[in-house]
Design a protein around this ligand. Structure first.
Ligand SMILES: CC(=O)[C@@H](O)[C@H](O)COP(=O)(O)O
Ligand SMILES: NCC(=O)COP(=O)(O)O
Length: 241
């Protein structure tokens, strides 16, 4: 069985840079190091408030990434225009609230199906592969399929934030959601809150194609260096199945 691919989210390289308004650490350099260490793709989240990744980062990374860019963004006209101008291989549509510390849940595709269909169609017509960041919930999976997205990314936040029986229940929901989504023909990614001690059970889910992992890799890089942090996560994914 093919090992799960690793998308490295470099948002928090930009968080560290923006903390002082200086020019380092440079996200372009981080992407190159991550790719050289085995990242299969680079994920960046251009938030409406630009708290970390900026428009300048998106432009430079679009020109320098050697693998592929997964641009995470809200379903707004501003972001759609940026995506069409940038032409990333992937766009992942995520929910966004200015006041949130990080992404708090999956996109509610089911309650905005017409809008979701339109945005998926517009980005697809521009040659971009669209993924919808959703909870592992049958109603949302059905809606993502109806919206015409070829990919979904299952939100692993609840799994990552819980333990014991509650975490096992969240894992079961992710396992069932991945199997159901794959039965509909969707390609299934997953991410949010994954780290070196909770990723293996998610990577072992046979229908998972790619995991997007960021905060934990950047955190480990503080002590081990980014290349080593990426290599260690790749080893977990390669040994998971
Ligand atoms: C959608 C998701 O779970 C993350 O990829 C997202 O980027 C989290 O936002 P921050 O990186 O701003 O925490
Ligand atoms: N979509 C998930 C992602 O890109 C990274 O999330 P995290 O590992 O930073 O929580």
């Amino acid at each position: 069985m093919n090992p799960v691919l690793l998308g490295v989210n470099i948002d928090h390289i930009a968080t560290l840079r923006n903390a002082r308004g200086v020019a380092y650490p440079e996200p372009v350099q981080a992407a190159a190091i991550a790719e050289q260490a085995g990242a299969d793709g680079i994920t960046i989240h251009l938030r409406e408030d630009r708290r970390h990744i900026t428009d300048r980062d998106v432009r430079l990374l679009a020109e320098t990434i050697q693998t592929r860019m997964n641009l995470e963004m809200a379903m707004t006209s501003e972001m759609i225009a940026i995506a069409k101008a940038t032409q990333p291989e992937f766009v992942c549509l995520v929910p966004e609230k200015r006041e949130e510390l990080t992404t708090e849940g999956g996109l509610n595709v089911a309650d905005q199906l017409a809008r979701s269909k339109d945005v998926v169609a517009e980005l697809s017509e521009a040659g971009i592969l669209v993924s919808l960041f959703i909870d592992a919930d049958k109603r949302q999976i059905d809606a993502a399929h109806a919206a015409g997205a070829p990919f979904i990314e299952l939100h692993t936040g609840h799994y990552a934030e819980t333990s014991g029986a509650e975490q096992q229940q969240a894992l079961k929901q992710l396992q069932e959601g991945a199997a159901y989504a794959a039965s509909l023909g969707l390609t299934v990614n997953a991410g949010h809150g994954l780290h070196y001690h909770n990723t293996q059970p998610i990577a072992a889910i046979p229908e998972i194609y790619e995991l997007n992992i960021g905060h934990a890799i950047i955190a480990r890089a503080v002590f081990s260096g980014l290349a080593e942090a990426v290599r260690e996560m790749k080893l977990i994914l390669q040994g998971a199945r």
